[in-house]
Every structure is written in structure tokens, then in C-alpha cells.
Design a protein around this ligand. Structure first.
Ligand SMILES: Nc1nc(=O)c2ncn([C@@H]3O[C@@H]4COP(=O)(O)O[C@H]5[C@@H](O)[C@H](n6cnc7c(N)ncnc76)O[C@@H]5COP(=O)(O)O[C@@H]3[C@@H]4O)c2[nH]1
Lengths: 196, 196
């Protein structure tokens, strides 16, 4: 099953490499987040990596787009460097975004989160777009594949205690009733409010 | 089919991103290789990325291991940087190795190549190793999956003229009759001799 294959490879080929104490610095993702707070004098809402799983498979280049006016790019966490399968000093880095939100007394404030799309979904959408032979099969089964990806990733994370608390999956309907892309900032704020 | 899915994702999620004129520098992989030659005063055997596809799926951390005494790590090509699916300034870099080879007059010389394992195979082997439910299925079909990966990647590369000349796939039997891992340096030298 393609969706669960992507989920296993995303966990074993990426999340399992970047969350625990790995890389030349031997730091846990949580430590990189605390270092970020010290260096930039800001507070991250949670010591978690928010992984966006949009049902339509559409992943923009950056989270900041004209459809998401509430989000701005901040800088990245410190890089993790490790040699993997012949690639010397391969670099892994995670991005921080700041989201404008109204506080109770109406003053503007920013909420900082580490967030990104689930990369295999972007790649999968590219594959489907270019690939004559399989396109019709994938287009028909797209919804099942994304759902399987989400459910399997959720299950695999639960089996790994050292990773599950540091990763927040957001599986969401990314298009509104007119077919427009929703503001990703609002999607993240909703989840933040729920977690608090 | 899992093998061809991995091949499509490796091409669309990586090779198509790193070979053409991409990244903040807008350089082609061939230009990065020529820059490397100027900077380090060495000559690369070919302006190609050698991708190793070992039949056993075993991919060591670096190409340099005690089983491959003829290979040494050199430095990396210049990095390519691009924002992908929410990860700002994601870094892609390729490694150069130098291989000891005997010249005609018996003098020692080095041959420089950009080479790495096909990372999805390493990830796939990790997934199979950890995963109770599917392991027996994968272990049985491992040979078909690697073969499908190779054949599909070969086909997809042929369909993209701007990439196929800059990528050399080496599908090889990586264990000798005693079950020991062969010297990867010799595998690469054999292919270099064939291409000349
Ligand atoms: N956000 C994010 N940042 C990363 O650094 C990263 N690295 C991997 N992944 C995702 O994890 C999974 C497992 O990766 P694997 O390395 O086996 O396959 C990778 C790998 O074979 C190759 N590849 C991608 N980036 C690199 C790279 N920098 N160096 C070498 N190979 C790479 O192309 C495949 C597809 O990559 P993505 O489609 O970006 O998603 C991958 C994949 O879903 C990443 N996701």
C-alpha cells in the first residue's frame, strides 16, 4: 500500500533521524528549539515539529503565501549534519514560522512554531502530475493514499516514545467550499489552541 | 509497485531538483563539478553523479569502509539551496570520493568521482528491519523491489534528456561468494573503465 510505504519511509528516513539526539552536534530536536529561543529571544508555542498533511496534496513552496496572510517566515533551527548512505555531512534543517494572532485585549501578537509540509506528499503529487501511465490510478485513489499516510504515520509515531511527543500531525481539509486554499496560519492556530 | 514508487520519488524529489539549473545559485550539477575542479585543482573522471544500487540493499554510512580500502573521502561539491514544501533554504550537497588505482607504469594515482548510494534503498532496508508486519513480505520480494527500482529509474531518466547524461546508475551484486561486501572502489573503477 503506497500511502503506508510513504509513511514508513518518512519516519525511518527523516523523523527518526532528526528528532532524537543525532547529528554531529548530538542534540535532540527539543534542545535545538530551546537554543533557538535563547538565540532569538522568542518563545516557541510547543517543543514540537508541526507536520502539515493537506488532503488535496497541495504543498506550497513556503508556508508563507498570499493565501496565508497571517504567516511570516522566521529563521531556521540550527542544522543537523550527518553522513547518510554515502552523502557526507548531509544537512537537515527545520523552519520556524511566526503567526499573527489577536490576543484577548486586541493587541497584535506573534506565535512561533516549527512547521513544514510532509515532503513525501509534495513529491507524490509531482509524480502523479508527470506520470502518464499511473496518473489515472493515483487520481482515483488519492484520498485513500493520503488517509493511509496519515493513519500509518500516527501509528508508527505512537510506537516510538522518543519521537511521538515532539511531532504533531495535522491532517486537514485545505480547500474551502469555493475550492480556494485556506489560510495555513489559521489551521496552525486552531491546533495550538486545542493543545493548550 | 513499491520499487517503481521509490524510483519516481527519488527522481522527482531529488535528482530532478539537483541536476538542472536550480537552487539559489541557479547552477547545473555539471557547473558545480567544474567549479570543484577549479577550486581543488583535480579532475573528475566524468561530469556525472554515480548512484550505487546494491542488490543486497546494504548501504554503508560512507563509501569509505574497511571493506573498501581503495576509496577515500574527498570534500563535497558546493551546496544547492532551495525552499521546498515549507522547509526554508533546504540544503542539497553531493560528495566526491577519490579512488586509488594502478596506472600502466605502476605509479599510484587517484580517480575522483561524485558518488553516493540510492538513499531510498537504505531507508527501505531500515523499514523492513524494524517492521514486524510486513517484513516477511518484503524479505521475499526484496530482489524484485530493487530490480524494479533500477529499471524504473533507468526508464524515467531516459525520458528526461537534461538529467540522463549526468547520472550513472550502477546496479551490482555487492556480495562475493563468501557473503562478504565487495570493495566499492573496484565497482566504480570497473564502470569508469567501461565508460572511457
Ligand atoms: N522535509 C524534509 N527534509 C529533509 O531534509 C528530508 N530528507 C528526507 N526527507 C523525506 O523523508 C523520506 C525519506 O527520505 P530518503 O532520504 O529515504 O529519500 C529521499 C532521498 O533518497 C532523496 N533525497 C532527498 N533529499 C536528499 C538530500 N539532501 N541528499 C540526498 N538524497 C536526498 O530523495 C528522496 C525523497 O525525498 P523527499 O521527497 O524530500 O522526502 C523524504 C522521504 O519522504 C526529508 N524531508
Amino acid at each position: 500500500d503506497y500511502g503506508s510505504g510513504m509513511a514508513h519511509s518518512f519516519f525511518h528516513g527523516y523523523l527518526k533521524l532528526i528528532i532524537p539526539h543525532t547529528g554531529t552536534s548530538e542534540k535532540h530536536l527539543e534542545e535545538l528549539m530551546k537554543d533557538y529561543e535563547d538565540r532569538h529571544h522568542v518563545k516557541l508555542e510547543f517543543y514540537k515539529l508541526f507536520i502539515l498533511i493537506p488532503k488535496s496534496l497541495y504543498c506550497s513552496t513556503s508556508l508563507k503565501t498570499d493565501k496565508s496572510p497571517s504567516i511570516e517566515e522566521s529563521s531556521s533551527l540550527e542544522e543537523k549534519v550527518m553522513t547518510v548512505a554515502g552523502v557526507q555531512n548531509r544537512v537537515y534543517k527545520n523552519s520556524v514560522y511566526k503567526i499573527k494572532s489577536e490576543s484577548e485585549n486586541g493587541r497584535k501578537q506573534y506565535k512561533y512554531v516549527a512547521a513544514e509540509y510532509a515532503t513525501p506528499l509534495k513529491t507524490f503529487k509531482d509524480v502523479v502530475g508527470c506520470n502518464g501511465a499511473h496518473s489515472s490510478y493515483y487520481a482515483k485513489h488519492k484520498n485513500d493514499i493520503v488517509l493511509q499516510f496519515y493513519l500509518t504515520l500516527q501509528k508508527v509515531l505512537k510506537e516510538h516514545e522518543n519521537c511521538t511527543d515532539f511531532c504533531e500531525l495535522i491532517f486537514y481539509d485545505d480547500k474551502d467550499e469555493n475550492g480556494d486554499i485556506k489560510d495555513v496560519g489559521q489551521i496552525l492556530l486552531q491546533r495550538i489552541r486545542k493543545l493548550q
